[in-house]
Design a protein around this ligand. Sequence first.
Ligand code: TRP
Length: 347
Amino acid sequence: MKDIILTGDRPTGKLHLGHYVGSLKSRLELQAKGGYENFYIMLADAQALTDNFGNVQKVKDNVVQVMLDYLAVGLDPNKVTFFIQSEVSELTEFTFYYMNLVTLARLERNPTVKEELKSKEFKNNIPMGFLTYPVSQTADITAFNATIVPVGDDQLPMIEQAREVVRSFNNLYGETLVEPKAVLPKDENCYRLVGIDGKAKMSKSLGNCIYLSDEPEEIKAKVFSMYTDPDHVHVEDPGKIEGNVVFTYLDVFSKPEDFEKYLPEYKNMDELKAHYKRGGLGDMKIKKFLNNIMQDLIKPIRERRKELEKDTDKIFDILRDGTKKAREVAFKNLIKLKTNMGINYFN
Ligand code: TRP
């Protein structure tokens, strides 16, 4: 059986390097590998509204921004179906039936929801829409019979909860839904790329991001402001690698040929790290090296993005086509779901 792949993002801002290594890269690999039945990427605007309900325009604007990022990194509308969540109204119907299969206590225990609640100001007034978004995410996945969901590790509790709903549903109403599997990035450093401040994962709200659309000067300034080892004051001091953001990024982004090109006096990361630990290697040098690598990575993305920006009508055409296709599939699967539940009245 061929795989059906589905994933998505909340359109609340432009995409950054954390998105790139945490999910865009594995999407590109899946796209290149091919052989799947269908590959859906959803702009989760309705989910974004669960904590941006007062800011619809921001979400709408970012639907276009995120699409630009998708296309700029090389996701291909001929191989991927892009669609807008709120335009597939069947998804809310799936959600409504699944709500009966999930308890309030289970939602409150969902680690991702718990984590997110900490950073919100909801206090005792948690909106139902926010608390129940894992159920709606289950709908997103199962409405298309997705077998594979490529995500970052922060989304694992969502997939786990979706699998539980699938099992409960199938137990009650007979084999109907498919249990999805999460696909994580290969390299653990990519699960949650640390921010340039070294404090936590790269995130817009923390202001520690390098965006895929950043200009050369912004990239450079960010790389040169990166957290390294605060005890590495003089070049000759021994330096620490652990927690040193420049080395974390070099581990994630550097390729063997980068050494030849930009730092020929070292053969590889091991040599570079050994010198840094021993002392005698300054932060400026490793930052310059990383800056070159970052510039090479982001330049083609930024340039392609600027081209695409000139014709946003085309972006909407892609979304219109994809959404139409997604709706047809979701509708068909909704009829099947309701039929298996026994709530079809007129046929
Ligand atoms: N929760 C995801 C995010 O925070 C977005 C999302 C919504 C999603 N529905 C999905 C991801 C279904 C994978 C599958 O970005």
